[in-house]
Design a protein around this ligand. Structure first.
Ligand SMILES: Nc1ncnc2c1ncn2[C@@H]1O[C@H](COP(=O)(O)OP(=O)(O)OP(=O)(O)O)[C@@H](O)[C@H]1O
Ligand SMILES: [Mg+2]
Length: 261
C-alpha cells in the first residue's frame, strides 16, 4: 500500500520545488517505487523532475466526453476499458520515478460515471507504488476534487510571513471538511534567509505558535533554484551540497520515511 504525501500551500510558496526534492530524496535513497502526481492544472512538475509530459488525465476525460457526445465512442468498447487503456499511455515512466499529470480539473458538467471510473483506476494504479507524492495546486479544494486517495502526510508550505502562516492555518482547519482522510499535517517555511532566521522572524514564530501549527522544517532560500528555473534546468539536478536539497532530505528522513508502515 502506497504512503501518500501531498505538498500544499498558497500560490508560489515553493510547493513544486519542495515536492520535486522530496521525490528526489526518496529516489536517491532507493526507498521503493515512486509515483509523482502533478495535481496542478498548470502542469509543471515534469519540468522540475526533468521528465517528458504526455497527455493528462483531464485530456483523456475530455476526449471520452466529446466522443460520447458526438456518438463516435467505439461500439462494443466499455468506458472502463477505454480509460484503462488510455491511462496506461499517460503514465510517464522515468528511471526511478513515474509521473502522472492530472491536467484540467473536472468541469461543472459532471460526467460522474467517468470520473468515478477514473478515480477507481487511478487509485488502483497508485496502490502499486510504495510512495505517491502529490504536487498540488494552490489552495485545498483540489484535494477532494482530484483524487480519492487518502493523504498520509500533508505538508503545508508557506513563505516566512505572518500572512503566509495565517493562510496555512486556514488550510489546516479546512482539512476535516475535505472528502478525503488526511493523516498527519506538517508545516514548513520556505525561503528563509540564513541559519539564524529565527531571530529575524519573531512575529512569524509567534503566529505559528498561536495557530498551533507544527513547524517541521525551515527550507533555506537557495539562489541556485532561481538560476535553474530561469534556464529550465530540472531542480532534481541541484548539487548534493545545496542547503535546500539537504534540508528537504532531512525532512524526508524524519517526517516521511519512518512513518511508512
Ligand atoms: N528555497 C527556495 N530558494 C529559492 N527560490 C525558491 C525556493 N523555493 C521556491 N523558489 C522559487 O519560487 C518560485 C515558486 O516556486 P514553486 O513553483 O515551487 O512554487 P509553487 O508553490 O509550486 O507555485 P504555484 O502555486 O504557482 O504552483 C520559483 O520561481 C522558484 O524558483
Ligand atoms: Mg507549483
Amino acid at each position: 500500500m502506497a504512503y501518500t504525501v501531498a505538498v500544499s500551500g498558497k500560490g508560489g510558496t515553493g510547493k513544486t520545488t519542495i515536492a520535486a526534492l522530496i521525490i528526489d530524496t526518496l529516489a536517491s535513497l532507493r526507498c521503493g517505487s515512486i509515483l509523482a502526481v502533478d495535481a496542478d492544472p498548470a502542469t509543471n512538475l515534469h519540468l522540475v523532475l526533468g521528465l517528458p509530459l504526455g497527455q493528462t488525465v483531464g485530456q483523456v476525460r475530455e476526449e471520452a466526453l466529446s466522443m460520447v457526445r458526438s456518438g463516435s465512442f467505439p461500439q462494443g468498447l466499455s468506458k472502463q476499458d477505454f480509460f484503462e487503456y488510455e491511462l496506461q499511455d499517460l503514465l510517464v515512466e522515468g528511471d526511478d520515478v513515474d509521473l502522472l499529470a492530472m491536467g484540467r480539473p473536472e468541469g461543472p458538467g459532471c460526467y460522474c460515471s467517468a470520473n468515478n471510473m477514473l478515480r477507481a483506476i487511478l487509485d488502483r494504479l497508485a496502490r502499486s507504488y510504495d510512495y505517491v507524492v502529490i504536487d498540488t495546486e494552490a489552495g485545498m479544494e483540489h484535494l477532494s476534487r482530484h483524487t480519492t486517495r487518502d493523504v498520509d502526510y500533508l505538508l503545508l508550505v508557506s513563505d516566512p510571513t505572518v500572512r503566509g502562516v495565517r493562510a496555512a492555518a486556514i488550510m489546516a482547519r479546512m482539512v476535516p471538511e475535505l472528502q478525503i482522510k488526511v493523516g498527519r499535517i506538517g508545516f514548513a517555511l520556505n525561503r528563509v534567509p540564513a541559519a539564524s532566521w529565527r531571530s529575524l522572524y519573531p512575529h512569524v514564530l509567534e503566529a505559528i505558535e498561536q495557530e498551533g501549527l507544527q513547524l517541521v522544517a525551515a527550507f533555506p532560500n537557495d539562489p541556485l533554484v532561481g538560476e535553474y528555473d530561469a534556464v529550465g534546468k530540472p531542480i532534481r539536478l541541484l548539487p548534493s551540497d545545496s542547503p535546500l536539497r539537504q534540508a528537504v532530505a532531512d525532512l524526508t528522513r524524519q517526517e516521511i520515511l519512518p512513518h511508512r508502515g
